[in-house]
Design a binder for this molecule. Structure first.
Ligand SMILES: [Zn+2]
Length: 261
């Protein structure tokens, strides 16, 4: 994950364009008729279709802040097949993601003491051993929501906006070896330490060669990977049980069909 540097751009500077001026500039660069609709959509920042020779383009409002060069590139990209959001355009979108979030995220309560593993202790040791004690990033047990993904579990995450490491609560069990928790924490500390690197298309890459080399410096790295492979299905079941427990706690425990247990 990245470093959150883009957030230092002030939120409220005046836009470069009004809507008609932006539409005209895009049409000129695209060399064809173009209808522009601005959106506040938070997941699709850019989409378009061609209909009867007219380009119908939907753009996030952030493009009102786009430099003329970015608007020109976007217009020219619309002439071609393929991705309109490549290169300069994607870099602009990445650098302006702060305009997409209307409500700033706030730091959750930090809970590093677990039942089986103390994240602050693990973090402190890794910090001394691999980072000369120089890292300063809060770490907490996550709530384990929204982290399940196809084929596995995301055991840890680094949030570049908050500069916060979250570890999945399914790892807070006595049968999860400490070196495995360490390997997950170390991975997330590396994200904080190394940040992201833009590739040729302007997309940010996090698991670079440098990252993988640094990751492999953890002495029990291979052992941790093997342990994960061996225990993944068990951990998936445990995380589903955590989910059910949380839902039951939220809605009140009730046996099926409302009968008392
Ligand atoms: Zn990662």
């Amino acid at each position: 994950m990245g470093t959150g540097r883009q957030l230092e751009i002030p939120f409220d500077e005046a836009p470069q364009w009004d809507v008609p001026a932006l539409e005209t500039a895009l049409a000129r660069a695209a060399g064809r008729a173009l209808r522009l609709v601005l959106t506040d959509n938070r997941s699709v920042l850019l989409s378009f279709r061609r209909e009867a020779g007219v380009v119908h383009l939907r753009l996030h409002r952030m493009f009102l802040h786009a430099p003329a060069a970015v608007v020109g590139t976007l217009g020219r990209n619309l002439r071609r097949r393929g991705r309109a959001a490549d290169g300069e355009v994607r870099r602009f979108m990445n650098a302006n993601l702060h305009r997409v979030r209307r409500t700033p995220r706030t730091m959750p309560p930090i809970l590093s003491v677990g039942l089986a593993h103390d994240l602050a202790t693990i973090y402190g040791e890794l910090n001394g051993r691999f980072f000369g004690g120089r890292l300063a990033v809060p770490i907490t047990w996550g709530r384990g929501v929204g982290r399940a993904r196809r084929g596995g579990l995301t055991f840890g995450s680094y949030d570049p906006v908050l500069a916060l490491i979250r570890i999945h609560p399914v790892l807070d069990r006595p049968d999860v070896p400490r070196y495995f928790v360490e390997s997950v924490v170390y991975h997330e500390m590396l994200h904080h330490h190394l940040g992201g690197v833009p590739d040729r298309a302007g997309r940010t890459v996090y698991h670079t060669r440098v990252f993988r080399e640094a990751e492999a410096r953890f002495p029990r790295h291979r052992e941790a990977l093997a342990w994960e492979k061996e225990n993944l299905s068990r951990l998936l079941r445990a995380s589903q049980a955590l989910d059910r427990a949380r839902r039951a706690a939220r809605f009140g425990t009730r046996s099926p069909r409302g009968r008392r247990p």
